[in-house]
Design a protein around this ligand. Structure first.
Ligand code: PXL
Length: 291
C-alpha cells in the first residue's frame, strides 16, 4: 500500500554554520522518509560555540507562524522540539503540543553541555523545560541537561545500573512517558540509557568511547531516534539506531581534518538511514498507533 510520508513539526533553531539543530534534523528526517516541517526558534549565523555570532530570536514571530498552521488545520504525526531560545517559547511550544494531541512528542531539552548552559541560554530554561517534560512521549537529555532538569549536581562519576534506573525514574516522575539519557558514564563504560513508564530496569545501549566531542551530536541522536520511532521501531530499536548512527558519524569525522565546531560530517552517511518504514511499522510500541 502506498502511504504518505509521516510528518514532523521540528522546533529547533537554524544555525547557518556548525551542523546542529535544523541543519541536522531536516536532512536526517528526510533521509528516514519523514516530511520535516521546520519551526525555527532563532536564526544564528553559526551555533553558540562560535564567537562573534549574529543571532535573531524568533520568539515574537512564532505565534503568527503557528497560528497559520492552526488555521490550516495541520495534524502532525510527531512533534520534535529542541533548542528553545526564550522562556516564552516554552509556553508557546506547550500550547502547540497540547493542540497536537495525537502526535508522538519527542522533547530534547537542549540547554547545555559539559556541565554548563550554552552561551546565551536563559537561566530560567530548566524550570520551563521541566514543565514541558510532562507532555513528552520521550525526553532525551544529555548529562548536563539531566542535572539542570533535576537540580542534581552535574557529575560524571560512573553510575551503577540501579543509579541509572533512578536517574531515568526522576525524568519519568516529571510526567514523561519514556526517557533516554545520552552519554551516561556507567561503571561498565559509556552508554545511552532508556526506560519506559512501568519498566523496572534501565535499558542500556553501550558504545565505544571515542576521544572526540562534536557539537550537534545530541541533535543527531534525537533526530534519528524520532525517525526510527516513526518508521515503527520500539524505544529500544530507536535508541540502538540512533546510537549506532551517531557513533558512526563521529568516527568518520575523526578521520577528517574538519574543525570540531563544524560538527559531524554526516551527509555522506545519510543513505544508511533509509529503511523500509512500511515493514517496521508493525513492530511499534512507542509511536502512537495510526487511527
Ligand atoms: O547542538 C545543540 C545546539 C543547538 N542550537 C544551538 C547551539 C547548540 C549547541 O551549541 O549553539 C544554537
Amino acid at each position: 500500500m502506498i502511504r504518505p510520508a509521516k510528518t514532523v513539526a521540528a522546533i529547533h533553531d537554524l544555525s547557518g554554520v556548525g551542523r546542529c539543530a535544523l541543519t541536522v534534523v531536516l536532512p536526517v528526517l528526510s533521509a528516514m522518509g519523514a516530511q520535516a516541517c521546520p519551526v525555527p526558534t532563532a536564526v544564528l549565523s553559526a551555533h553558540t560555540a562560535f564567537s562573534g555570532i549574529a543571532v535573531h530570536d524568533l520568539t515574537d514571530f512564532l505565534p503568527a507562524y503557528l497560528a497559520h498552521w492552526q488555521a490550516l488545520g495541520l495534524r502532525f504525526d510527531a512533534v520534535y522540539a529542541g533548542y528553545l531560545a526564550s522562556p516564552r517559547q516554552a509556553e508557546i511550544v506547550a500550547d502547540f503540543l497540547d493542540a497536537q494531541a495525537r502526535a508522538l512528542k519527542v522533547l530534547d531539552p537542549v540547554m547545555g553541555d559539559d556541565g554548563a548552559l550554552y552561551s546565551g541560554m536563559p537561566s530560567s530554561m530548566p524550570e520551563k523545560w521541566r514543565a514541558l517534560c510532562a507532555r513528552a512521549d520521550v525526553v532525551t537529555p544529555n548529562m548536563t541537561e539531566y542535572a539542570l532538569l533535576t537540580g542534581e549536581d552535574y557529575s560524571l562519576a560512573p553510575r551503577t545500573a540501579a543509579q541509572a534506573a533512578r536517574m531515568l525514574d526522576a525524568l519519568l516522575d516529571m510526567g514523561a512517558q519514556s526517557a533516554v539519557i545520552t552519554s551516561v558514564p556507567l561503571k561498565t563504560g559509556p552508554a545511552n540509557i532508556y526506560m519506559r513508564k512501568g519498566d523496572k530496569e534501565a535499558g542500556v545501549c553501550p558504545f565505544e568511547r571515542l576521544d572526540a566531542h562534536y557539537p550537534g551530536t545530541g541533535d543527531l541522536f534525537a533526530s534519528v531516534l524520532t525517525g526510527a520511532l516513526l518508521q515503527g521501531d520500539g524505544l529500544e530499536g530507536a535508541v540502538l539506531a540512533a546510537t549506532a548512527f551517531t557513533r558512526r558519524a563521529v568516527a568518520r569525522t575523526m578521520l577528517l581534518p574538519t574543525p570540531v565546531n563544524y560538527g559531524v560530517d554526516l551527509e555522506p552517511l545519510l543513505p544508511l538511514l533509509w529503511d523500509n518504514g512500511d515493514m517496521k511499522r508493525a513492530n511499534c510500541d512507542c509511536a502512537k498507533p495510526e487511527t
